[in-house]
Write a protein that binds this ligand. Structure first.
Ligand SMILES: Cc1ncc(COP(=O)(O)O)c(C=O)c1O
Length: 365
Protein backbone atom coordinates (compact mmCIF):
# COMPACT_ATOMS: atom_id res chain seq x y z
CA UNK A 1 0.00 0.00 0.00
CA UNK A 2 2.81 2.42 0.93
CA UNK A 3 4.08 2.23 -2.66
CA UNK A 4 0.87 3.48 -4.25
CA UNK A 5 1.34 6.59 -6.37
CA UNK A 6 -1.87 8.20 -5.18
CA UNK A 7 -1.75 8.84 -1.44
CA UNK A 8 -5.00 7.42 -0.17
CA UNK A 9 -4.42 7.87 3.51
CA UNK A 10 -3.08 10.86 5.46
CA UNK A 11 0.15 10.44 7.45
CA UNK A 12 -1.49 10.71 10.86
CA UNK A 13 -3.71 7.71 10.08
CA UNK A 14 -0.78 5.66 8.74
CA UNK A 15 1.09 6.26 12.00
CA UNK A 16 -1.62 4.79 14.23
CA UNK A 17 -0.68 1.51 15.92
CA UNK A 18 -4.06 -0.22 16.14
CA UNK A 19 -5.52 -1.77 19.28
CA UNK A 20 -5.04 -5.54 19.06
CA UNK A 21 -8.07 -7.40 20.35
CA UNK A 22 -7.74 -10.98 21.60
CA UNK A 23 -9.22 -13.87 19.62
CA UNK A 24 -12.87 -14.80 20.23
CA UNK A 25 -13.25 -17.23 23.13
CA UNK A 26 -14.77 -19.91 20.87
CA UNK A 27 -11.75 -19.72 18.52
CA UNK A 28 -9.29 -20.09 21.42
CA UNK A 29 -11.24 -23.14 22.60
CA UNK A 30 -11.25 -24.62 19.09
CA UNK A 31 -7.51 -24.04 18.60
CA UNK A 32 -6.56 -25.47 22.00
CA UNK A 33 -9.10 -28.28 21.90
CA UNK A 34 -10.46 -27.10 25.27
CA UNK A 35 -14.07 -26.72 26.32
CA UNK A 36 -14.05 -24.52 29.39
CA UNK A 37 -11.67 -21.66 28.73
CA UNK A 38 -11.84 -18.86 31.30
CA UNK A 39 -11.47 -15.34 29.93
CA UNK A 40 -9.95 -12.97 32.47
CA UNK A 41 -8.51 -10.63 29.88
CA UNK A 42 -10.93 -7.75 29.32
CA UNK A 43 -12.27 -6.75 32.75
CA UNK A 44 -15.72 -8.09 31.92
CA UNK A 45 -18.33 -9.06 34.47
CA UNK A 46 -17.83 -12.72 35.48
CA UNK A 47 -21.46 -13.03 36.64
CA UNK A 48 -22.86 -12.55 33.13
CA UNK A 49 -25.30 -9.81 32.14
CA UNK A 50 -27.82 -8.14 34.45
CA UNK A 51 -30.86 -10.50 34.51
CA UNK A 52 -33.27 -7.54 34.41
CA UNK A 53 -31.51 -6.27 31.27
CA UNK A 54 -31.92 -9.68 29.60
CA UNK A 55 -35.61 -9.73 30.46
CA UNK A 56 -36.12 -6.26 28.97
CA UNK A 57 -34.17 -7.14 25.82
CA UNK A 58 -36.32 -10.24 25.28
CA UNK A 59 -39.46 -8.19 25.78
CA UNK A 60 -38.44 -5.59 23.19
CA UNK A 61 -36.73 -7.81 20.62
CA UNK A 62 -39.61 -7.60 18.16
CA UNK A 63 -39.20 -3.84 17.90
CA UNK A 64 -35.86 -3.90 16.10
CA UNK A 65 -37.47 -3.13 12.73
CA UNK A 66 -37.58 0.48 13.97
CA UNK A 67 -34.59 2.80 14.25
CA UNK A 68 -33.58 3.42 17.85
CA UNK A 69 -34.36 6.72 19.54
CA UNK A 70 -31.41 8.89 18.48
CA UNK A 71 -31.97 11.24 21.43
CA UNK A 72 -32.08 8.29 23.88
CA UNK A 73 -34.79 10.20 25.71
CA UNK A 74 -35.90 7.70 28.36
CA UNK A 75 -32.42 6.55 29.40
CA UNK A 76 -31.10 10.11 29.65
CA UNK A 77 -34.15 11.09 31.68
CA UNK A 78 -33.74 8.13 34.01
CA UNK A 79 -30.01 8.71 34.49
CA UNK A 80 -30.58 12.41 35.12
CA UNK A 81 -33.13 11.63 37.79
CA UNK A 82 -30.90 9.00 39.49
CA UNK A 83 -27.82 11.23 39.33
CA UNK A 84 -29.65 14.41 40.27
CA UNK A 85 -28.67 16.22 37.07
CA UNK A 86 -30.64 17.54 34.11
CA UNK A 87 -31.02 15.34 31.04
CA UNK A 88 -29.31 18.06 29.00
CA UNK A 89 -26.17 17.23 30.99
CA UNK A 90 -26.18 13.58 29.85
CA UNK A 91 -25.13 11.98 26.55
CA UNK A 92 -25.30 8.28 25.66
CA UNK A 93 -22.71 6.49 23.55
CA UNK A 94 -21.94 3.15 21.95
CA UNK A 95 -19.92 2.31 25.03
CA UNK A 96 -17.82 5.04 26.61
CA UNK A 97 -15.23 4.26 23.93
CA UNK A 98 -17.54 5.93 21.42
CA UNK A 99 -17.83 9.08 23.54
CA UNK A 100 -14.05 9.16 24.18
CA UNK A 101 -13.62 9.41 20.39
CA UNK A 102 -16.33 12.08 20.09
CA UNK A 103 -14.54 14.14 22.74
CA UNK A 104 -11.37 14.27 20.61
CA UNK A 105 -13.42 15.03 17.48
CA UNK A 106 -15.27 17.84 19.26
CA UNK A 107 -12.50 19.62 21.13
CA UNK A 108 -9.27 19.02 19.20
CA UNK A 109 -8.09 20.73 16.04
CA UNK A 110 -4.81 19.94 14.23
CA UNK A 111 -2.90 22.61 16.21
CA UNK A 112 -4.17 21.39 19.56
CA UNK A 113 -2.62 19.12 22.17
CA UNK A 114 -4.12 16.50 24.43
CA UNK A 115 -2.40 15.16 27.53
CA UNK A 116 -2.65 11.45 28.32
CA UNK A 117 -0.83 9.17 30.72
CA UNK A 118 1.80 6.89 29.27
CA UNK A 119 0.40 3.65 30.71
CA UNK A 120 -3.34 3.89 30.50
CA UNK A 121 -6.41 2.90 28.47
CA UNK A 122 -5.18 2.95 24.86
CA UNK A 123 -8.36 4.45 23.44
CA UNK A 124 -7.41 7.99 24.56
CA UNK A 125 -4.29 7.96 22.44
CA UNK A 126 -6.09 6.42 19.47
CA UNK A 127 -8.89 8.99 19.70
CA UNK A 128 -6.38 11.86 19.56
CA UNK A 129 -4.36 10.32 16.73
CA UNK A 130 -7.48 9.68 14.65
CA UNK A 131 -8.28 13.41 14.54
CA UNK A 132 -4.65 14.42 13.88
CA UNK A 133 -4.38 16.03 17.31
CA UNK A 134 -1.03 16.20 19.11
CA UNK A 135 -0.22 14.08 22.11
CA UNK A 136 1.77 14.75 25.24
CA UNK A 137 2.27 11.58 27.27
CA UNK A 138 3.11 11.76 30.95
CA UNK A 139 4.52 8.70 32.75
CA UNK A 140 2.75 7.27 35.78
CA UNK A 141 4.38 7.63 39.19
CA UNK A 142 4.29 4.48 41.32
CA UNK A 143 1.80 3.03 38.81
CA UNK A 144 -0.56 5.97 39.55
CA UNK A 145 -1.60 9.02 37.52
CA UNK A 146 0.91 11.78 38.24
CA UNK A 147 -1.52 14.72 38.22
CA UNK A 148 1.07 17.37 39.24
CA UNK A 149 3.26 16.28 36.30
CA UNK A 150 0.24 16.35 33.99
CA UNK A 151 -0.58 19.89 35.16
CA UNK A 152 3.04 20.90 34.50
CA UNK A 153 2.77 19.49 30.97
CA UNK A 154 -0.01 21.97 30.10
CA UNK A 155 0.91 24.60 27.48
CA UNK A 156 -1.18 27.32 25.79
CA UNK A 157 -1.95 24.71 23.09
CA UNK A 158 -3.41 22.15 25.50
CA UNK A 159 -7.14 21.68 24.94
CA UNK A 160 -7.90 18.31 26.47
CA UNK A 161 -6.73 15.94 29.22
CA UNK A 162 -7.85 12.31 29.51
CA UNK A 163 -7.79 10.74 32.97
CA UNK A 164 -8.81 7.18 33.84
CA UNK A 165 -9.87 6.92 37.47
CA UNK A 166 -9.20 4.23 38.46
CA UNK A 167 -6.53 3.68 35.87
CA UNK A 168 -6.69 0.66 33.60
CA UNK A 169 -4.40 -1.38 33.65
CA UNK A 170 -2.89 -0.46 37.04
CA UNK A 171 -6.08 -0.31 39.16
CA UNK A 172 -4.88 2.74 41.10
CA UNK A 173 -7.01 5.82 41.76
CA UNK A 174 -6.52 9.52 42.39
CA UNK A 175 -8.41 11.07 45.31
CA UNK A 176 -10.89 13.93 45.30
CA UNK A 177 -8.30 16.16 46.95
CA UNK A 178 -5.69 15.35 44.33
CA UNK A 179 -8.16 15.92 41.51
CA UNK A 180 -9.30 19.24 43.06
CA UNK A 181 -5.71 20.41 43.23
CA UNK A 182 -5.15 19.37 39.62
CA UNK A 183 -8.25 21.19 38.34
CA UNK A 184 -7.33 24.32 40.25
CA UNK A 185 -3.83 24.31 38.80
CA UNK A 186 -4.80 24.21 35.11
CA UNK A 187 -6.50 26.92 33.01
CA UNK A 188 -10.31 26.80 33.15
CA UNK A 189 -10.68 26.38 29.39
CA UNK A 190 -9.11 22.91 29.22
CA UNK A 191 -11.57 20.05 28.87
CA UNK A 192 -10.93 17.17 31.27
CA UNK A 193 -12.37 13.78 30.28
CA UNK A 194 -12.63 11.85 33.53
CA UNK A 195 -13.19 8.19 32.72
CA UNK A 196 -14.88 6.38 35.61
CA UNK A 197 -15.59 3.06 33.88
CA UNK A 198 -15.01 1.15 37.15
CA UNK A 199 -16.77 3.67 39.40
CA UNK A 200 -19.26 1.22 40.92
CA UNK A 201 -16.49 -1.02 42.30
CA UNK A 202 -14.86 1.76 44.31
CA UNK A 203 -15.21 1.61 48.08
CA UNK A 204 -12.65 4.26 49.04
CA UNK A 205 -14.40 7.38 50.47
CA UNK A 206 -11.52 9.54 49.18
CA UNK A 207 -12.69 8.94 45.59
CA UNK A 208 -13.68 12.22 43.85
CA UNK A 209 -17.29 13.40 43.76
CA UNK A 210 -16.90 14.16 40.08
CA UNK A 211 -20.45 15.40 39.40
CA UNK A 212 -19.65 18.30 41.71
CA UNK A 213 -17.47 19.77 38.95
CA UNK A 214 -20.23 19.34 36.38
CA UNK A 215 -22.71 21.13 38.67
CA UNK A 216 -20.17 23.93 39.14
CA UNK A 217 -19.97 24.28 35.35
CA UNK A 218 -16.31 23.23 35.11
CA UNK A 219 -15.38 21.73 31.71
CA UNK A 220 -15.22 18.20 33.10
CA UNK A 221 -16.78 15.29 31.21
CA UNK A 222 -17.39 12.28 33.45
CA UNK A 223 -17.74 8.95 31.64
CA UNK A 224 -19.38 5.80 32.98
CA UNK A 225 -20.37 2.53 31.40
CA UNK A 226 -22.85 -0.34 31.45
CA UNK A 227 -20.02 -2.69 30.36
CA UNK A 228 -18.61 -3.50 33.79
CA UNK A 229 -20.81 -3.72 36.89
CA UNK A 230 -23.99 -4.21 34.78
CA UNK A 231 -22.36 -6.92 32.65
CA UNK A 232 -23.44 -5.43 29.31
CA UNK A 233 -20.09 -5.04 27.50
CA UNK A 234 -21.43 -6.78 24.40
CA UNK A 235 -24.45 -4.48 24.13
CA UNK A 236 -22.23 -1.40 23.77
CA UNK A 237 -23.69 1.36 25.87
CA UNK A 238 -22.18 3.98 28.16
CA UNK A 239 -22.78 7.59 29.10
CA UNK A 240 -21.11 10.87 29.86
CA UNK A 241 -22.14 13.71 32.12
CA UNK A 242 -20.93 17.28 31.55
CA UNK A 243 -22.12 20.89 31.64
CA UNK A 244 -24.94 21.36 29.13
CA UNK A 245 -22.88 23.48 26.74
CA UNK A 246 -20.27 20.74 26.30
CA UNK A 247 -22.96 18.11 25.79
CA UNK A 248 -24.53 20.27 23.05
CA UNK A 249 -21.21 20.28 21.15
CA UNK A 250 -20.72 16.54 21.64
CA UNK A 251 -24.20 15.91 20.21
CA UNK A 252 -23.16 17.76 17.04
CA UNK A 253 -20.46 15.20 16.22
CA UNK A 254 -22.15 12.10 17.65
CA UNK A 255 -22.81 9.33 15.14
CA UNK A 256 -26.53 9.05 14.35
CA UNK A 257 -28.31 6.07 15.97
CA UNK A 258 -25.11 5.12 17.81
CA UNK A 259 -26.86 3.05 20.47
CA UNK A 260 -29.28 0.29 19.53
CA UNK A 261 -32.83 0.03 20.82
CA UNK A 262 -31.97 -3.16 22.71
CA UNK A 263 -28.97 -1.50 24.34
CA UNK A 264 -31.18 1.36 25.46
CA UNK A 265 -33.89 -0.84 26.98
CA UNK A 266 -31.27 -3.17 28.49
CA UNK A 267 -29.47 -0.27 30.15
CA UNK A 268 -32.75 1.18 31.49
CA UNK A 269 -33.59 -2.14 33.14
CA UNK A 270 -30.04 -2.67 34.42
CA UNK A 271 -30.29 0.59 36.37
CA UNK A 272 -33.03 -1.06 38.45
CA UNK A 273 -31.02 -4.25 39.01
CA UNK A 274 -29.78 -3.34 42.47
CA UNK A 275 -29.39 -6.98 43.57
CA UNK A 276 -27.12 -7.71 40.62
CA UNK A 277 -24.98 -4.65 41.32
CA UNK A 278 -24.70 -5.55 45.01
CA UNK A 279 -23.73 -9.12 44.15
CA UNK A 280 -21.18 -7.91 41.58
CA UNK A 281 -19.50 -5.66 44.13
CA UNK A 282 -19.44 -8.42 46.76
CA UNK A 283 -18.03 -11.06 44.40
CA UNK A 284 -15.39 -8.59 43.22
CA UNK A 285 -14.37 -7.65 46.76
CA UNK A 286 -14.15 -11.29 47.88
CA UNK A 287 -12.31 -12.19 44.67
CA UNK A 288 -9.80 -9.42 45.23
CA UNK A 289 -9.17 -10.55 48.81
CA UNK A 290 -8.74 -14.16 47.71
CA UNK A 291 -6.43 -13.35 44.80
CA UNK A 292 -4.29 -10.91 46.76
CA UNK A 293 -3.79 -13.44 49.57
CA UNK A 294 -2.92 -16.20 47.11
CA UNK A 295 -0.53 -13.95 45.17
CA UNK A 296 1.24 -13.00 48.39
CA UNK A 297 1.59 -16.69 49.29
CA UNK A 298 3.34 -17.43 46.00
CA UNK A 299 5.34 -14.18 46.23
CA UNK A 300 3.99 -12.63 43.06
CA UNK A 301 4.14 -8.86 43.27
CA UNK A 302 0.98 -6.93 42.34
CA UNK A 303 -0.37 -3.40 42.46
CA UNK A 304 -3.21 -2.91 44.99
CA UNK A 305 -6.33 -2.35 42.88
CA UNK A 306 -9.66 -0.60 43.44
CA UNK A 307 -11.13 -2.00 40.20
CA UNK A 308 -12.19 -5.44 38.95
CA UNK A 309 -8.69 -6.40 37.78
CA UNK A 310 -5.17 -6.75 39.17
CA UNK A 311 -1.82 -5.88 37.61
CA UNK A 312 0.88 -8.44 38.39
CA UNK A 313 4.59 -7.64 38.14
CA UNK A 314 6.43 -10.81 37.15
CA UNK A 315 10.04 -11.91 37.35
CA UNK A 316 9.43 -14.17 34.35
CA UNK A 317 8.64 -13.06 30.79
CA UNK A 318 4.91 -12.17 31.01
CA UNK A 319 4.30 -13.23 27.41
CA UNK A 320 5.61 -16.73 28.14
CA UNK A 321 3.48 -16.93 31.29
CA UNK A 322 0.49 -15.72 29.28
CA UNK A 323 1.04 -18.49 26.73
CA UNK A 324 1.39 -21.15 29.43
CA UNK A 325 -1.81 -19.95 31.08
CA UNK A 326 -3.54 -19.98 27.70
CA UNK A 327 -2.65 -23.62 27.16
CA UNK A 328 -4.25 -24.34 30.53
CA UNK A 329 -7.40 -22.56 29.39
CA UNK A 330 -6.98 -19.24 31.23
CA UNK A 331 -6.76 -16.06 29.16
CA UNK A 332 -5.11 -13.01 30.74
CA UNK A 333 -3.49 -9.92 29.20
CA UNK A 334 0.26 -9.27 28.91
CA UNK A 335 0.87 -5.53 29.09
CA UNK A 336 3.77 -4.88 26.72
CA UNK A 337 1.61 -2.78 24.41
CA UNK A 338 0.86 -0.57 27.41
CA UNK A 339 4.57 0.05 27.91
CA UNK A 340 4.59 -2.29 30.92
CA UNK A 341 7.00 -5.04 29.82
CA UNK A 342 7.07 -7.07 33.07
CA UNK A 343 3.37 -6.85 33.81
CA UNK A 344 0.33 -9.04 33.28
CA UNK A 345 -3.28 -8.00 33.98
CA UNK A 346 -5.90 -10.40 35.26
CA UNK A 347 -9.60 -9.69 35.68
CA UNK A 348 -11.13 -10.73 39.01
CA UNK A 349 -13.47 -13.62 38.23
CA UNK A 350 -15.91 -15.80 40.13
CA UNK A 351 -14.38 -17.86 42.93
CA UNK A 352 -14.14 -20.89 40.62
CA UNK A 353 -12.41 -18.84 37.94
CA UNK A 354 -10.01 -17.31 40.46
CA UNK A 355 -9.13 -20.81 41.71
CA UNK A 356 -8.47 -21.91 38.11
CA UNK A 357 -6.27 -18.88 37.53
CA UNK A 358 -4.19 -19.32 40.70
CA UNK A 359 -3.70 -23.04 40.06
CA UNK A 360 -2.67 -22.38 36.44
CA UNK A 361 -0.39 -19.51 37.51
CA UNK A 362 1.39 -21.67 40.09
CA UNK A 363 2.03 -24.25 37.36
CA UNK A 364 3.23 -21.58 34.91
CA UNK A 365 5.85 -19.72 36.94
C1 LIG B 1 -10.70 2.92 31.60
C2 LIG B 1 -11.71 2.34 30.65
N1 LIG B 1 -12.57 3.16 30.03
C3 LIG B 1 -13.48 2.69 29.17
C4 LIG B 1 -13.56 1.34 28.88
C5 LIG B 1 -14.51 0.85 27.84
O1 LIG B 1 -15.78 0.98 28.20
P1 LIG B 1 -16.94 0.74 27.17
O2 LIG B 1 -17.17 -0.72 27.09
O3 LIG B 1 -18.07 1.49 27.79
O4 LIG B 1 -16.56 1.32 25.84
C6 LIG B 1 -12.69 0.45 29.49
C7 LIG B 1 -12.76 -0.98 29.16
O5 LIG B 1 -12.04 -1.81 29.54
C8 LIG B 1 -11.74 0.97 30.39
O6 LIG B 1 -10.87 0.17 30.99
Amino acid sequence: MDDMKIELVPEHIKKIIPYLPGKPLSEVERELGLKDVVKLASNENPLGPSPLAIEAIKKHINEVNLYPDNGVYYLRKKLASILNLSMEQVIIGNGTTDILGDIARTFLGPEDYAIVADQTFLVYRLAVQAVNGNLITVPLKNYTYDLPAMAKAVTPHTKLVYIANPNNPTGTMVTGEEFDRFLNSIPEDIVVALDEAYYEYIQDPAYPDSFKYVREGRPVIVLRTFSKIYGLAGLRIGYAVAPEELIRYLIKVKCLFNTSHLAQVGAMAALDDHDFVTKGKRVNKEGYQFLSEELKKIKVEFIPSVGNFILLILQEDPYKVYQKLLRKGVIVRPMKMWNLPQELRVTIGTHQQNLRFIKALKESL
